[in-house]
Design a protein around this ligand. Sequence first.
Ligand code: GLC
Length: 537
Amino acid sequence: MNTVPWWQRGIIYQIYPRSFQDANGDGVGDLPGILRRLDYLAWLGVDAIWLSPIYPSPMADFGYDVSNYTDVHPLFGTMDDFDALLEAAHARGIRVILDLVPNHTSDQHPWFLESRSSRHNSKRDWYIWRDPAPDGGPPNNWLSLFGGPAWTYDEQTGQYYLHSFLAQQPDLNWHNPEVREAIFNVMRFWLDKGVDGFRVDVADRFIKDPCLRNNPRNPDWREGMLPVEQFLEAYNKNYADNHLTARWLRAVADEYDDRVLIGEIYLPIPELVTYYGTPEAPEYHIPYNFTLITTPWEAEAVRCVVDLFEGRVPSWAWPNWVLGNHDRSRVASRVGREQARVAMMLLLTLRGTPTIYYGDELGMEDVPIPPDRVQDPLEKNIPGMGLGRDPERTPMQWDTSPNAGFCPPDVEPWLPLSEAYHTVNVAVQREQPNSMLNMTRTLIHLRRSSKALAVGDYFPCETPAGVFAYTREAGAERYLIALNFTGEPQAWTLPPAWKHAHPVLSTFMDRPEAVQCGTIHLRPNEGLILERRQHNS
Ligand code: GLC
């Protein structure tokens, strides 16, 4: 297995730094906090951590508005803290992946301050400036994902600038070679330090149509859909030339050994897989595959997306799976507490690099946010549509002490804690042999110790409705994973070769007599892993 790159056989764990561990008592998580919890992550068994942005930022979009790409926000600590974290993570065999945000900067970034200072400034063309339309309005009909037009008028210089997100997040002009070189040098700065790769923010939007043509109206748009969905994003998302940016970034990552490049790309599978590039012109090692987040939680639907992705990933490339992140409702809230275990078993047994969102290993759920505690600009700009991302960004639940061990008892955390933290926390679940945490850890260790589960082939099985089952195979090692997506018991006559297989792990963390006379009996909401050696068949 050691000949397989680490990012292929490994498990990634996403940390939202504001919410992981507060070490300096200001109610916001920080780098020393993450350092303090590295032993937990080593115990859990993850191979890499991805940190959402830690850079200086006015925090209009909680760090995704970067005002300095090569420093650390004082809220999170210092560069020394970062170096210490990197060293300590590496000492434990944990890789560190940073978030790279190349589509836009903060409007407070010195590049933008210069750019907006005059039409003749040398950095004017680093951003996308255009004259008003003849009626004085925005240059075209593009909309911001965070509400309203994607253009903001600048009184001082009499032009509009483009922003795919907030007005405080102006888009960089990727047609300009100086911009590209500046971002490549940002990458080199961190790669020289020993960072193991990047998760690249909104990787499907860097290069837009140079003519800035209007997007067509979406004929299927109805009341209740997102405002941005009124138009099909033909000219500002997944524009054909955007693949160049993926190749450029990959070439920089490839100047170094053993680094990974992950793209945040929300596209249907057939288009998503084009971001692997080709063997001659590779793009992202991991174009993030978010389809499980949006697929209805039914065995048949999930099997469809798994098989579709399996069938579309080029043979020289490697799949990946994601169940949650800082932008989407938590998996335990989407699929329910009981199915959350099934979902974790799915994530950790599919072929492809899994990414676990912090807290999902405990079954953390979305936390309702009272109106006066709302932080997310998306919720503030487009209220009432359930778009707010605060519920999935609440503090990690470590123990039963006030504030769950996230921050000192007398400090108010930046977002409210889940009321469930008294039982759903690391300390309690570590002691419960059958907890979600111990189940996740057992799955991680099983995957890490098994070539079949980590890097083996995937074959779907024919099953009764409500069950999704597949095998993972490498050499003589064979696993069968059977997942009951329903609240009813399910019986399934196993394929003949599996008649004498034995159960290795149930999501209930017990060892029931699951297989009788070649029939597998799954309890409601149960996932089960069976094992057999090839010579048994
Ligand atoms: C990505 C991030 C999201 C952010 C947006 C704008 O989608 O994941 O959190 O708001 O980019 O940078």
